[in-house]
Design a protein around this ligand. Structure first.
Ligand code: PMP
Length: 392
């Protein structure tokens, strides 16, 4: 039986003994299934019923620049940022998207110059960067923008877009922009700027900020993200992109996301059912425990290393803590050059550093999988020095 609670450390070895030895542990994607167990306890608070006559129209809010955005969704976005204190929403336009993935592309379209400039605008981000950025940027070979690699190496004059992901995917580092030239525009990807992963040091206040329910509440399958945008023209161009791409964003998904965000804020403010734990306390404690287990396994094996973070004061948690990211940026020490290949032999699937503009000595490992998978991963990692020693 694998449905064990977290924290029953000694039972791990027994539970995972022989039977799980051949099982492949796939931690390649950042699939946030860890959160399932919390939401199972919040059945009543998060279930919605949508009758057949509802969501018939394309339109949600014709007076809003983002005319396909459900007002209840916008209301819950503003509320969650007020509750958590991670972003300024005053004097901002909200644009809803099919995940922040669609909003990223909408933002590139909106920020690239519209004139007849024959040169696509350069898009840069400091390595290691989220592996999907180069792929998404160049997928359609746009004439408006193109991927230009590591922002630290970028020395060209002219207009550019810098992507700032903070905390960063894959390595969890807090980030600020580095290029700092006059013709630059910034996109801040705040998918992970939530208090279970990193201290909320201040309310982010940038021109274009991206958020998503995928990593905040863990509802990646609902496919809903949002952008907070200062400039009305930019918000309107992003809306136009989505109009031409998908004529809006599923209302059913927006309503579900609104309900989940409401339940999350309620849980933080103690409004809902008193049995229910604060979502960010639950997820924070999960991440703390998982990082403790992972660091212990890494110490035991002696084959790997992990980033060290400094502690900062979190205005939401009212305590200082070190980042506990959604991904582990694991480095194979010593002679192992292909960390992904090495782990694959132990039936652990991860993503090589080379997809992130970094060395293959690194891999990115999801920290958000279900308990049995995560536990099996750390158990295997901790015994790897022996495997190394005994394998010819
Ligand atoms: N930005 C970053 C940094 C991410 O890690 C991810 C998901 N892996 C996304 C954006 C995309 O998220 P969504 O599910 O909202 O499209």
């Amino acid at each position: 039986h694998v449905n064990r609670g977290v924290g029953k450390g000694p039972s791990l070895v027994v539970a995972h003994g022989g039977r799980d030895r051949g099982r492949v542990v796939n931690l390649d994607h950042g699939d946030p299934t860890m959160y399932e167990m919390f939401w199972k306890r919040m059945d009543e608070e998060t279930t919605i019923v949508i009758p057949g006559w509802q969501s018939v129209s394309y339109f949600s809010d014709p007076g809003n620049p983002c005319w396909f955005m459900e007002p209840e969704f916008a209301k819950q976005v503003v509320r969650i940022h007020r509750v958590v204190g991670n972003a300024v929403t005053e004097n901002r336009y909200i644009v809803v998207g099919t995940g922040s993935t669609q909003l990223y592309q909408a933002a590139l379209y909106a920020l690239a110059p519209t004139g007849d400039d024959p040169n696509p605008m350069d898009v840069v981000s400091v390595a290691p960067f989220y592996s999907s950025y180069p792929l998404m940027t160049d997928f359609l070979k746009s004439g408006l923008y193109k991927w230009a690699g590591d922002a630290k190496l970028y020395d060209k004059e002219g207009p550019y877009i810098e992507l700032v992901t903070s905390p960063n995917n894959p390595d969890g580092e807090p980030r600020t922009s580095v290029v700092n030239r006059s013709q630059g525009v910034l996109i801040h990807d705040f998918a992970y700027y939530w208090p279970q992963y990193a201290p909320i040091t201040s309310a982010a206040d940038h021109d274009l900020m991206l958020f998503t329910v995928s990593k905040s509440t863990g509802h990646a399958g609902i496919r809903i993200g949002w952008a907070l945008v200062k400039d009305k023209e930019v918000a309107m161009k992003m809306t136009k992109f989505i109009e031409l791409n998908t004529i809006g964003v599923s209302k059913d998904s927006q309503l579900r996301a609104a309900k989940i965000l409401k339940a999350t804020s309620d849980s933080c403010e103690g409004i809902s059912n008193s049995k229910v734990e604060n979502f960010f306390e639950f997820s924070f404690n999960q991440m703390t425990l998982r990082w403790m287990k992972l660091r212990a396994a890494v110490r035991k094996s002696g084959l790997f290393s992990l980033p060290d973070f400094s502690s900062e004061w979190c205005a939401y948690n009212q305590q200082a803590f070190k980042p506990q990211p959604a991904f582990a940026w694991l480095k194979c020490e010593g002679e192992i050059d292909d960390c992904e290949g090495f782990l694959k032999k132990q039936k652990i699937l991860t993503r090589s550093g080379r997809h992130f503009g970094a060395s293959p000595k690194y891999v990115r490992v999801s920290m958000l999988d279900r308990d049995p998978n995560f536990d099996l991963f750390v158990e295997r990692l901790s015994t790897m020095s022996q495997i190394e020693g005994t394998t010819p």
